[in-house]
Design a protein around this ligand. Structure first.
Ligand SMILES: [Zn+2]
Length: 458
């Protein structure tokens, strides 16, 4: 039943007020507790170049204390849930099963259809948002439809920043694409929240992958870095290929049936072929498959373009080291980079490096490692060396590493006491989220899907 307009407006104001009150309370509470007992990274050195922040974080500076994790507006039950998670962490108490404000079918859009409308008439602004939607539609079965009479829908408006509700919250919900937020990456990020994506940084397993320097967090906003045990570890809010394709193609390497063409699989970066069983095609003069042996071999390239190699271990795993990466220096390694996938999950974005190679040895989780060099301009030089993993590995000649922290210095790969698999976090997003080199806060590490969308921009 439709409620009178005035009532709904009043409810919206009350719930906004309630959210602000709870958020302030939450920030105050959380700032009194340490996030983690882990040692900090040994690589915490001054950054050797300016960080480029292209995220909504930079644009939302003025509203940082009014939004959760820099760009989310939560409902009261969601906020309750966040607070409950925090309490459980500091008291060591187990969370009850009643926590269901974050995960669950009721927060998803039925049949993957999201009704929306626009509050402003500016067509250029509207087109930016439509473009952001098209990115999701290109990669998934999710559809956006101009609202007619649907009860639940998203209203895009020009607020004082870039933020959104998370998931389908019921009735009219808002997503703000304010001035400066019109970048396709930001728009698809906010749409991602409306679809039900939470930030990657809150995943329950995030401490396995990254270290957080609490001293770099804006004082009083430590709560943005709480983990939440009720977020699904998979972090994929929708079964992206389902409901439309039922071809049973058995896509490999994390691919899924392409909702736009059910006869083929949609492959993660670096893979190709009908079922993602092959390495992706490369620019002429680079790429291919290589076998790791029980002696060190070197792979290097200077080819500008898109080059993909697959290192294979006939049995067991692969140990490798990144000796050199010489690409244009950019804190996000956005355009020109070396990307390596070495975890068992090939659908995860690999870690990127452009001008400061990560020191130390890395061991693959499975029997393959994907090495991709992607560049528009020279230089595009990299050197890695690799060997079959074995206890009796001969020590290689010492690698020269002149890095001074920077991109990879924030991560602590291969540090003693820290899980070696930490590189499989979306490496490029961590520095992107850093505001500046003045010890400012880390913003947000976006979901894998989100990065995937940003990577396929254009
Ligand atoms: Zn966000």
């Amino acid at each position: 039943m439709e409620q009178p307009r005035g009532t709904r407006l009043a409810e919206a104001i009350v719930s906004e007020y309630e959210f602000q009150r709870m958020l302030t309370h939450f920030f105050r509470m959380t700032s009194k507790y340490k996030l983690t007992d882990k040692p900090q990274s040994n690589y915490a050195q001054p950054l050797s170049y300016r960080l480029v922040d292209r995220t909504e974080y930079r644009l939302n500076r003025r509203i940082l204390r009014k939004v959760f994790e820099s760009d989310m507006v939560l409902t009261k039950p969601q906020m309750d849930d966040v607070i409950e998670n925090f309490r459980a962490r500091v008291t060591g108490r187990k969370l009850g099963k009643r926590n269901a404000a974050i995960e669950g079918k009721e927060f998803r859009w039925p049949r993957g259809i999201v009704p929306y409308d626009f509050k402003e008439n500016d067509t250029e602004w509207q087109n930016t948002i439509l473009h952001g939607m098209s990115k999701w539609m290109k990669e998934t079965c999710i559809r956006f439809r101009r609202r007619t009479t649907e009860r639940d829908y998203v209203t895009f408006f020009r607020g004082g920043g870039c933020y959104s509700s998370v998931g389908r919250v019921g009735g009219r919900q808002y997503a703000s694409i304010g001035h400066g937020c019109e970048a396709p990456g930001i728009v698809s990020h906010e749409i991602g929240h409306a679809l039900g994506n939470w930030h990657e940084q809150s995943r329950p397993d995030r401490d396995k992958y990254i270290n957080i320097h609490e001293t770099h967090i804006l004082r009083g906003s430590q709560g943005n870095f709480e983990v939440r045990s009720d977020l699904e570890e998979t972090d994929i809010p929708y079964d992206l290929g389902s409901n439309i394709c039922k071809q049973n193609l058995n896509c490999e390497n994390g691919g899924y049936e392409n909702p736009k063409n059910c006869r083929s699989c949609k492959c993660p970066q670096g893979f190709g072929g009908k079922r993602c069983e092959r390495i992706a095609q490369s620019t002429p003069g680079c790429g291919g498959e290589l076998f790791a042996m029980n002696y060190w071999q070197t792979l290097s390239s200077t080819v500008v373009g898109e080059c993909h190699w697959r290192l294979l271990a006939p049995s067991g795993k692969i140990t490798f080291e990144v000796i050199e990466t010489k690409y244009e220096c950019d804190s996000s390694c956005a355009e020109n980079y070396l990307m390596i996938k070495h975890t068992a999950k090939m659908e995860q974005t690999g870690f990127r490096q452009c001008c400061n190679p990560v020191p130390g040895r890395i061991v693959s989780e499975g029997s393959q490692v994907i090495v991709s060099s992607v560049s528009n301009d020279a230089p595009a030089n990299f050197t890695i060396r690799y060997i079959l993993e074995s206890a009796s590995n001969v020590a290689p000649p010492p690698a020269e590493w002149g890095g001074h922290g920077g991109l990879t210095g924030l991560l602590g790969a291969n540090e003693i006491g820290i899980d070696n698999t930490l590189e499989n976090v979306v490496l490029k997003d961590l520095p992107r989220a850093l505001q500046s080199s003045r010890g400012a806060p880390i913003g947000s590490i976006f979901s894998l899907l989100d990065s995937f969308l940003k990577n396929s921009q254009g």
